[in-house]
Design a protein around this ligand. Structure first.
Ligand code: CP
Length: 315
């Protein structure tokens, strides 16, 4: 089986079988990361351009590492040191880069739909690494891979996403992906940060973190985006922590296992306390490792790779 599209622009509308294909492929590729020489020739001869118009640590480095592990050639573009500063448009920038014969563009951009626009005007495969408050599909895929690894399932798994749901591309992609995979999705956060009528999508709204924690198998905590809406939609960070912060005291009160996730970067002492982030409940660093495997799988499958057969080796 192969992916239907040559782009990965979001998880909305992506079939369950395709998500399963990506997650299974990522699980198969993950062992490469632990080899003495963690490199296979799978994408030798392919060129990937990483276009990051917004800051990133995890996504950018894990795409770069995934490309290197698969032997692709990669180039990194930073808006701050490019002709974008001279007023060159996104379309011109990418068409000029494409003229150098490249195969993939990985793009993070503050404008919703920037990856979709690129996909309509270039021949290379486009991978969305986060567009505004719209989608961040590879983050949701690595989140689902981590949930499945830790709990053994996605179907009927109770996942509550906590924080600014309205403005979060991580939340949006998680909601699309998890619902497709049959998980039970809930959200929790200040009313100013919960989309209106979200219940109509079959999503449970928890106004109180204690109720969310009492019911969830997995809590996926979002970063309060201090540089974006955080200041306007919250009376104070202290109040957010008091009402929605995941503390060890709250976790111990639940008295059972609960998987704690966070896409990073963390605001320690706001949405998550340090002793939770660094505890046995946390799979935050497993998410980061799985990010490399998921991005390897996406590149491999978009390049036309097929599902790995039982016992087959990638190199
Ligand atoms: N999770 C995530 O997108 O992190 P970065 O912004 O560091 O890429």
């Amino acid at each position: 089986m192969q992916l239907k599209s040559r782009h990965l622009l979001g998880l909305e509308g992506v079939a369950k079988s395709e998500i399963e294909l990506i997650l299974d492929t990522a699980s198969g590729l993950k062992e490469i990361l632990d080899r003495p020489i963690p490199k296979v020739p799978t994408l030798r001869g392919k060129t990937v351009v990483n276009l990051f118009f917004e800051p990133s640590t995890r996504t950018r480095f894990s795409f770069e590492l995934a490309e290197k592990r698969l032997s692709a050639d990669s180039m990194n573009f930073s808006a701050a040191s490019s002709s974008v500063l001279k007023g060159e448009s996104l379309r011109d920038t990418v068409q000029n880069i494409e003229a150098m014969r490249i195969n993939f563009v990985v793009i993070r951009h503050s404008a919703v739909g920037a990856p979709h626009f690129l996909a309509s005007c270039i021949d290379a495969s486009v991978i969305n690494a986060g567009d505004g408050a719209h989608e961040h599909p590879t983050q949701a895929l690595l989140d689902m891979m981590t949930m499945k690894e830790r709990t053994g399932r996605l179907k009927d798994l109770k996942v509550v996403i906590v924080g600014d749901i309205e403005h979060s591309r991580v939340a949006r992609s998680n909601i699309h992906g998890l619902r497709t995979m049959g998980a039970q999705v809930g959200v929790c956060g200040p009313a100013t940060m919960i989309p209106r009528n979200i219940e109509d999508m079959g999503i449970t709204v928890y106004p109180h973190i204690e109720d969310a924690m009492a019911e969830a198998d997995v809590l996926n905590l979002l970063r309060i985006q201090l540089e974006r809406q955080g200041r306007e939609l919250l009376p104070s960070l202290r109040e957010y922590r008091n009402l929605f912060g995941v503390t060890l005291e709250r976790l111990e009160r639940i008295g059972r296992d609960l998987v704690i996730m966070h896409p990073g970067p963390l605001n320690r002492g706001v949405e998550i306390d340090s002793d939770v982030a660094d505890s046995e409940f946390s799979v935050i660093l497993n998410q980061v490792t799985n990010g490399v495997a998921v991005r390897m799988a996406v590149l491999y499958l978009l390049a036309g790779g097929k599902a790995k057969l039982e016992g087959e080796s990638h190199g």
